[in-house]
Design a protein around this ligand. Structure first.
Ligand code: PMV
Length: 356
């Protein structure tokens, strides 16, 4: 009998319109829609192999070679159970000759091609790769949007990594969460000129996890309510239009404004959450000055770079490929460091964003 095994990989995504806040913590339903760029497969990605075997006694998981507990009722166990349910409903119940893989335990091994300690969110690529690998193992006839409903229950932002290119996660309104899934706004081929420079400011683990940070913000921040009602819906429309028009100036303006509002919301939380540090803020100042000069009429009047920060101090700078060399030399000049560009993981280099 052939072994039942499948391997797939999924890249990291970096949000331009940030997801921050859950309206349902079990199903992981967000308080607002969000939009991200999926990075290039060659750079930061998780690769996951799943195997089903009737001889396996229980589901087991290894992350970067180290076995992790699968907590009953936890996110990992929910994702595996949901995928087994789909296998039964969509494959075994319609084809009596299909092997009953939904009754077998699975062994799952996942690797990141970037150091987990680098302070870059690996849960998005990790849960997307897990879902995709189980979907391949179970031969599920599901489009990425359907799989995104399950990846979302592992880590919210993971639902966006099932597509390449520019991806929206529609918050949805149904209590079941069935309309809270990812959709592709534009494929990677639409705008391959956008690159992402990842500046690792600190590689220590963040102080406040996104789960507890979000909960505290939902409970205490009035600015979050303003953001949800009055800001994000229009920004989702505006940034989608900018992406479809390949309008980098507008894309950059919205991306930076949204990063800044997300960090303002973190500060508006009680007790306040500080994800950026002095170096993060200095990078903002450098990019703002770079854009101020670029915006002068004699220089073309358009922004040339956009910074964005997730729940940590590391900067991601989006820019058209033609500007990257200049941006990298500027960053290295203001933030000199011994090992710049010699990093074997390529973390301090330009990653093509649009070829996920
Ligand atoms: O999916 P989580 O729980 O890792 O939350 C991600 C939150 C941000 O990275 C800050 C924003 C986003 O939309 O990715």
């Amino acid at each position: 009998m052939a072994p039942y095994i499948a391997t797939t990989s999924a890249p990291v995504n970096i949000a331009c319109i940030k997801y921050w806040g859950k309206r349902d913590t079990k199903l992981i339903l967000p308080t607002n829609s969000s939009l991200s760029v999926t990075l290039d497969q060659d750079h930061l990605r998780s690769t996951t192999t799943s195997r089903a075997d009737s001889a396996f006694e229980k589901d087991r998981l290894w992350l970067n070679g180290v076995e992790e507990d699968i907590k009953p009722g936890g996110r990992m166990s929910t994702c595996i159970a949901e995928m087994k349910r789909l296998r039964k409903e969509l494959v075994e119940d319609v084809d009596a000759s299909a092997p009953a893989l939904s009754t077998f335990a699975v062994h799952i091994a996942s690797y990141n091609n970037f150091p987990t300690a680098a302070g870059l969110a690996s849960s998005a690529s990790g849960f997307a790769a897990l879902t995709a690998s189980l979907a391949a193992l179970y031969a599920l006839p599901c489009p990425p949007t359907a799989l995104s409903l399950i990846a979302r229950q592992g880590s919210g932002s993971a639902c966006r990594s099932l597509y390449g290119g520019f991806v929206a996660w529609n918050a949805g309104t149904l209590p079941s969460g069935l309309d809270s899934h990812a959709v592709q706004v534009a494929p990677e081929t639409h705008w391959p000129d956008i690159h992402a420079l990842i500046c690792v400011v600190s590689d220590t683990k963040k102080g406040t996890s996104s789960t507890s940070g979000m909960q505290r913000t939902v409970e205490t921040s009035s600015l979050l309510q303003h953001r949800i009602k009055n800001v994000v819906p229009q920004r989702m429309k505006d940034i989608s239009a900018a992406i479809l028009a390949r309008d980098f100036d507008r894309f950059a303006e919205i991306t930076m404004a949204d990063s800044n509002q997300f960090h303002a919301v973190a500060l508006d939380t009680s007790p306040p959450i500080f994800y950026m540090n002095d170096v993060s803020r200095a990078i903002i100042a450098v990019v703002e000055e770079y854009n101020r000069v670029a915006l002068l009429p004699e220089n073309g009047g358009k922004r040339k770079a956009a910074y964005t920060y997730d729940a940590g101090p590391n900067a991601v700078i989006y820019a058209p490929a033609a500007n990257m060399k200049e941006i990298i030399s500027m960053i290295v000049r203001y933030f000199p460091q011994q090992d710049a560009f010699k990093d074997p993981f390529g973390l301090f280099g330009a990653a093509g964003a649009g070829t996920g």
